[in-house]
Design a protein around this ligand. Structure first.
Ligand code: ADP
Length: 492
C-alpha cells in the first residue's frame, strides 16, 4: 500500500525532464525580462553614474599631470561627457575644458551662478565629491531654462537626464579646483519596447525548443531503460538467457553491461546449485542404499549378521554425518555466524593425529603418507577447525595422488612462521582452474574418482577457516606432476 503511494508521488523520466527544462527556461526568461526590461533603465543609470564617477577619479588623480589637457580630451570622448576644471572658490577661472557634448549644462553656467555654489557646498560637505542624476527640468529651480541651452542644436535624447559629478581637488600650486563633469542618461523607453518585443519572440522560441529537447532527451533516456526493465522482469522469472540491450547514454549501457554480467553469473550459480543438489542427492543416496541394503541382508539372511557387515553400516553412517556436517559448515560460513575458539596447541601433534586416521588405508591399500618435520610447533588457533583443514587437504591429496599412492606432508619453520604443505604426485590442476577450486561446489573433473570424492565443499571450507584466522594459504600445481597445498601460521 505504502509502496503504491510513493510510486504515485514519483515522476517518470519524461515528466522530470519536462519539468526541469520548463523550470530552467522560466528562470532564464525571468532573468532576461528583469535585466532587459524591468531593470534596464536602473542598470543603465547605475552604469552611467559609475562611469562618470570613474572618469572624475582619473582626472583628480592626474590633476598635476602636465598632459592633463589631452587626458581630459581622451576621457571625455571615451566616457561621452563634458569636463571643466575651474579654480574655485578663488577667481573661478577655467583652467581646463573639454566640450564634447553639444547641449551640456556646464558649458552654459555663469560663474556667479548659484548652481556652482550649490555644487561646491554639496561636494565639500560630502568629503570633496558630489554626484547626482538630475532631470533637465530641475535646473529651472536654479533659474535656468534648460530649453534655452544651445537652442539651435538638436537636444540629446529629448528628455535625457544629466549626470553631474563635482570633485574638489588641490593643485601643486596650492589652488583649490573644482572638477565638473556632465554626461547624459538617455531615456530607454524606446529600447525597452524593442527589447520586450524581442523577448516575447525569444520566450516562445525558447519554450518550444525546451519542450522539443525535453521530448528527444526523455525518449533517449527512457526507451533503453524501459527495455532493460522488461528484460529485468524476465530475469526475475529465472529466465537467465536474457540479453540487456546496450543502448543510450554511457551510464545506461554500462548498467546493461552489468546486468548482462549478473545474468551470466546467476545462470552459473543456478547451474552450480542444480549440480550441487544432484551431487548431494547422489552422495546421500549411496550410503543410504548401502545402509538399507546391508540391514535388509542382515535381517533376512541368517549368518550375515557379521561384524564386517555391521562395520559397513557404521562407515556409511559416518560418511553421511560428515557430509551433513560439511553442508552445515558451509551454510555457517555463508551466513557469517561461524566463530573461532582460539587456543594454543601443538600443530605438529595435530598433523600426526590426522595422519594416524589413515592407518587402515596405509596398511590395507598400500598408501604412503610421509610427514617431514624437525620439531614440535605451537600455534594460536581454533584446534578443531585447523584439524579440519589438515584433514581436508590430506584427504584430497590421497584422493587425487598418483599411482605411487604417496602423499608428503611437510612442516617447515622460517622466521617465526610455520608452513604446512600437503604434496601429492597426482594429475595436478590446470592453471585456469587454480583460482576456482576454492569456490563452493567447484569440481575440476566431474567424473574423476566420483566414488571417493565429496561434493566440492572441502576446499571452500578450508579457505573460509584460514581466512577467518587471517593466515596465508595457497596452492602450486603442475599438470601431470602433482599439487602442493599449503598454509602458514605464526609460531608461539
Ligand atoms: P571435492 O570434495 O570435490 O574434493 P574440494 O573442494 O576439496 O572438493 O576440491 C575442489 C576441487 O579441486 C576438486 O573437485 C578437485 O578437482 C580439485 N582438487 C582438490 N585437491 C586436489 C588435489 N590434491 N589434486 C588435484 N585436484 C585437486
Amino acid at each position: 500500500m505504502k509502496e503504491k503511494e510513493s510510486k504515485k508521488r514519483r515522476l517518470s523520466i519524461k515528466s522530470s525532464i519536462f519539468i526541469s527544462m520548463a523550470l530552467l527556461v522560466v528562470v532564464m526568461l525571468t532573468i532576461l525580462w528583469l535585466t532587459q526590461s524591468v531593470f534596464l533603465s536602473h542598470i543603465y543609470r547605475y552604469t552611467k553614474k559609475n562611469e562618470t564617477d570613474r572618469a572624475a577619479s582619473i582626472i583628480v588623480d592626474n590633476i598635476n599631470n602636465e598632459n592633463l589637457n589631452s587626458l581630459i580630451e581622451k576621457i571625455s570622448s571615451e566616457y561621452d561627457l563634458c569636463a571643466e576644471i575651474i579654480r574655485y572658490p578663488g577667481d573661478k577661472e577655467i583652467l581646463y575644458d573639454s566640450h564634447f557634448l553639444n547641449d551640456c549644462i556646464i558649458h552654459k553656467l555663469q560663474f556667479e551662478d548659484t548652481l556652482l555654489d550649490f555644487w561646491y557646498e554639496e561636494a565639500k560637505s560630502n568629503g570633496g565629491k558630489y554626484i547626482d542624476i538630475l532631470p533637465r527640468d530641475k535646473f529651472r529651480d536654479f533659474g535656468y531654462d534648460p530649453d534655452d541651452f544651445h537652442g539651435d542644436v538638436p537636444r540629446r535624447g529629448g528628455d535625457a537626464n544629466c549626470v553631474i559629478s563635482v570633485s574638489i581637488a588641490e593643485t601643486s600650486d596650492g589652488d583649490s579646483v573644482m572638477v565638473v563633469l556632465n554626461s547624459f542618461v538617455l531615456p530607454v523607453d524606446a529600447t525597452v519596447k524593442t527589447l520586450r518585443l524581442q523577448l516575447i519572440v525569444i520566450t516562445i522560441v525558447m519554450l518550444a525548443s525546451a519542450f522539443l529537447i525535453a521530448y528527444i532527451l526523455s525518449r533517449r533516456l527512457s526507451l533503453p531503460i524501459e527495455k532493460i526493465n522488461k528484460e529485468a522482469k524476465n530475469l526475475a522469472c529465472a529466465n537467465y538467457g536474457v540479453t540487456f540491450p546496450q543502448e543510450g547514454p554511457i551510464e545506461i549501457s554500462e548498467l546493461a553491461d552489468t546486468l548482462n554480467y549478473t545474468a551470466k553469473e546467476l545462470s552459473k550459480v543456478d547451474a552450480m546449485q542444480k549440480e550441487l543438489i544432484a551431487n548431494i542427492s547422489h552422495d546421500l543416496r549411496t550410503p543410504l542404499t548401502m545402509i538399507s541394503g546391508y540391514s535388509e541382508v542382515m535381517r533376512d539372511i541368517p549368518g550375515e549378521n557379521t561384524p564386517e557387515n555391521m562395520q559397513v553400516i557404521i562407515d556409511e553412517t559416518a560418511r553421511l554425518s560428515s557430509l551433513v556436517n560439511d553442508l552445515l559448515d558451509v551454510s555457517r560460513f555463508q551466513s557469517g555466524t561461524q566463530k573461532l575458539n582460539i587456543s594454543r596447541f601443538n600443530l605438529t601433534e595435530s598433523v600426526k593425529s590426522v595422519i594416524k586416521r589413515y592407518d587402515k588405508l596405509i596398511s590395507h591399500n598400500g598408501y604412503i603418507i610421509n610427514f617431514v618435520y624437525d620439531e614440535d610447533v605451537f600455534i594460536n588457533a581454533d584446534e578443531v577447525r585447523i584439524l579440519q583443514v589438515i584433514y581436508n587437504l590430506i584427504n584430497n591429496a590421497i584422493n587425487y595422488t598418483g599411482e605411487d599412492k604417496t602423499v608428503t606432508v611437510k612442516q617447515e619453520v622460517k622466521d617465526g612462521i610455520v608452513r604446512i604443505s600437503v604434496i601429492d604426485t597426482g594429475e595436478g590442476i590446470a592453471e585456469k582452474d587454480l583460482p576456482l577450486i576454492w569456490d563452493r561446489y567447484y569440481k575440476v573433473d566431474k567424473v574423476h574418482k566420483r566414488a571417493h570424492i565429496g561434493t566440492g565443499l572441502g576446499l571452500s571450507i578450508v579457505k573460509n577457516i584460514l581466512l577467518l584466522h587471517g593466515s596465508r594459504f595457497g596452492v602450486s600445481s603442475e599438470v601431470g606432476k602433482g599439487s602442493n597445498f599449503w598454509f602458514e601460521f605464526k609460531i608461539l
